[in-house]
Design a protein around this ligand. Structure first.
Ligand code: PEP
Ligand code: MG
Length: 733
């Protein structure tokens, strides 16, 4: 039609006359003959075969390939063609065509929902040339349309449609998306399929279908895509809005947010006080950015993967984050970020979609999250069938409260180093790290003790007797070292030492590979007084919280990053001695377990030995993935996407557990550990604990629980239920 329009002055909203059509068809034939070298076939059989061939070959076009990739549909499935006799909706005022859903695809309400047009054929309804009419009288009253509904204009055809759609829904046991035509008063169904729907509608429909007895509660649980629950927990971009995607990175933390670009955390905090909404854009983040991350609506980094500081912290805060967006070049000095030829500066508004990893130009319309009654109902059904426990990775009272609201059954990982991110505390942690001898270190530690104790008391009180796994300090040291001269001077003042001497000490402690360096239990081995202070804070807090709540704390003390039983035993001894001391001092009796993270291949292999003294295991699959692959979790983002796009890896192994490699080590660890200690409690607290496909794996290998960031707790509950019902979840990357 576009070709025909050229110079002719036709517009799409003008109906063509009969003569016009003769000309259009003539021109199409000419074009076809010119382009293909053969005339348009006149034999109807040839025409039909041509059309059938066109449908089959559409399987391989770019649009279909993209769709398959998005929806995990294998190319090998191929497609099918239905040949149907034509009916005509454009044979006058008693004819019509329309599309309808058996339930509302946005809200899930059980009411026929759709549009139709009198004297029209299929495409007219969707082409937007004419305004379609409502199907039911109720809908017409609601829309206030002055055109009659189908119910009023064609009551017989409408009754027939009602009879058929009810039948179709009963037969397929799901909400249907149907196309129909009325030809001179008679209704013909052209097509029916399960309708696409929002997460909110999916929940309501599944719960109502189960209540109506059309499906079982188990079916209802299986019908919901766990990852789609994100839509209910975070704001999302209005699906109808046009997206100007400027770059794509990793979907590090779900939800979407718009705001002005800021390149520094101080600036973010300052603008937030003025009521401005900002997106914090950094090359990467560190503990010093916590206040900026708090102040920002969302976080964008150009480096770092799914387990980078930005990703982990943002997920914990429930803020959207896109990480590892390597196509963006940030220039802090100029206050700009550029992608190809496009440049954005401080104050320009962008939007990030942390569920898809997209960065978009401008502000986008958002849909606010809503938790409906159906959410609670379906979650209850899920809880009834799942075998895996679901805990939270949480370090703050806020995390704990959010997680309980979402149904967490305990804390699976409290990263104590995260409790030191606050500005005043970071200074004391720096003093501790940079102390040159035990005396100085103990002085710094004694300042940290009351802070830690108070934090733990609060956390224990909120968790009211549920299990709480506290991990001893495991900071990659580089995250805590002072970087700038000003920071060094500040710490030197607090330590009453010469800044130059301190700068030397910082240099001494700087590492080439901090993620594989002086961290985990290595810290407690070298400086046992750190483990001692933390244990004291934990046990004293447990005594106090126990008194306040009247419930014993489900205390589990966890040693990070061990490779040998000897390492574990050394730290465990300190913990036990401290517990005994606290019990003696307070006269209270404490129940607790001491266990370990399993995050190194050697620990998996030696699990039988380690389980002789370790009372529980928690798989730290972030580090286990890093050390199994030999790729740095902080640097992998720069090349992992290439691996995925070249098909070397199906998916980023930091997102979804690599079953063959890392998974095999997990299996070995579980089997050897339980052989020594059949009652060994085993969980997972790497980021994989919130990924549905990894959760299915955890169920298969018989873990006791998964632990994930607060906003992924509902996803984990549902995924665990689906795993128990035998669904092998596709990865939700
Ligand atoms: C892990 O390594 O999987 C883990 C949970 O610990 P972290 O991410 O703190 O290193
Ligand atoms: Mg770790």
């Amino acid at each position: 039609l576009d070709t025909f329009k050229d110079g002719q002055g036709y517009s799409l909203d003008t109906d063509l006359t009969g003569d016009d059509w003769v000309e259009v068809v003539g021109r199409y034939k000419e074009t076809l003959a010119r382009e293909t070298g053969s005339e348009f076939p006149q034999d109807p059989h040839d025409q039909l075969w041509g059309a059938i061939g066109a449908v089959f070959s559409s399987w391989m076009n770019a649009r279909a390939a993209t769709y398959r990739k998005l929806h995990d549909i294998p190319e090998s499935w191929g497609t099918a063609v239905n040949v149907q006799a034509m009916v005509f909706g454009n044979m006058g005022e008693t004819s019509a065509t329309g599309v309808a859903f058996t339930r509302n695809p946005s809200t899930g309400e059980s009411k026929l929902y759709g549009e139709f047009l009198i004297n029209a054929q299929g495409e007219d309804v969707v082409a937007g040339i004419r305004t379609p009419q409502d199907i039911t009288e109720d809908a017409r009253k609601e829309s206030g349309s002055d055109k009659p509904s189908m119910e009023a204009a064609m009551p017989e055809a409408f009754n027939e449609l009602t009879r058929i759609y009810t039948l179709l829904e009963k037969h397929y046991r799901d909400m249907q998306d149907m196309e129909f035509t009325v030809e001179q008063g008679k209704l013909w169904m052209l097509q029916t399929r399960s309708g696409k729907r929002t997460a909110k509608a999916a929940l309501r429909i599944a719960v109502e279908l189960a209540n109506e007895g059309l499906i079982s509660k188990k079916d209802a649980v299986l019908r919901i895509d766990p990852a789609s629950l994100d839509q209910l927990l975070h704001p999302t971009i209005d699906p109808g809005a046009k997206r100007d995607v400027i770059a794509t990175g990793l979907p590090a933390s779900p939800g979407a947010a718009s705001g002005e670009i800021v390149f520094s955390s101080d600036e973010a905090a300052k603008l937030q006080v003025d009521g401005r909404k900002v997106i914090l854009v950094r090359i990467e983040t560190s503990p010093e950015d916590i206040h900026g991350m708090h102040a920002a609506e969302g976080i964008l980094t150009t480096r770092g993967g799914m387990t980078s500081h930005a990703a982990v912290v943002a997920r914990g805060m429930g803020k959207p984050c896109v990480s590892g967006c390597g196509a963006i070049r940030v220039d802090y000095g100029r206050g700009t970020m550029s992608i190809g030829s496009r440049t954005f500066k401080t104050g320009d508004v962008i939007t990030i979609d942390g569920s898809l990893g997209q960065v978009l130009a401008g502000r986008m319309p958002m849909i606010e999250p809503q938790m409906s009654g159906e959410f609670g109902t379906l979650m209850g059904w899920a809880d009834a069938v799942r075998k895996l426990g679901v805990r939270v990775n949480g370090d703050t009272p806020d995390d704990a409260r959010t997680a309980i609201k979402f149904g967490a059954e305990g804390i699976g990982l409290c990263r104590t180093e995260h409790m030191f991110f606050e500005e005043t505390r970071i200074r004391t942690v720096r003093e501790m790290i940079l102390s040159e001898d035990e005396r100085a270190r103990r002085a710094a530690l004694s300042k940290l003790l009351p802070m830690q104790r108070a934090d733990f008391v609060e956390l224990f009180e909120i968790m009211k007797g549920m299990p709480v796994t506290i991990r001893l300090l495991d900071p990659p040291l580089h995250e805590f070292l002072p970087h700038t001269q000003a920071e060094i001077e500040e710490v030197a003042r607090a330590m009453n030492t010469d800044p130059r001497r301190l700068a030397d000490r910082v240099r001494e402690l700087a590492e080439f590979n901090p993620m594989l360096g002086f961290r985990g239990c290595r810290l407690a081995i070298a400086y046992p007084e750190i483990a001692e202070m933390q244990s004291r804070a934990i046990f004293e807090a447990a005594v106090e919280a126990g008194k306040r709540t009247g419930k014993a704390v489900g205390l589990e003390v966890m040693v990070p990053l061990i490779a040998t039983k000897a390492e574990f035993d050394l730290v465990k001894t300190r913990i036990d001695l401290t517990a005994q001391a606290v019990m003696k001092e307070t006269g209270a009796k404490l129940n607790y377990q001491v266990g370990t993270m399993i995050e190194l291949p050697r620990a998996c292999l030696m699990a039988g030995d380690i389980a002789k003294t370790a009372e529980f295991f928690s798989f730290g699959t972030n580090d286990l993935t890093q050390t199994t692959y030999g790729i740095s979790r902080d640097d992998a983002a720069s090349f992992l996407s290439t691996y995925v796009s070249k098909g070397i890896l199906e998916i980023d192994p930091f997102i979804s557990v690599d079953r063959e490699g890392v998974g095999e080590l997990v299996k070995i660890g579980v089997a050897r550990g339980r052989k020594t200690r059949p009652s060994l409690k085993v969980g997972i607290c790497g980021e994989h604990g919130g990924d549905p496909a990894s959760i299915a794996f955890c169920h298969q290998v018989g873990l006791d629980y998964v632990s994930c960031s607060p906003y992924r707790v509902p996803i984990a509950r549902l995924a665990a239920a689906q795993a128990a019902l035998g669904k092998a979840a596709a990865s939700q990357a």
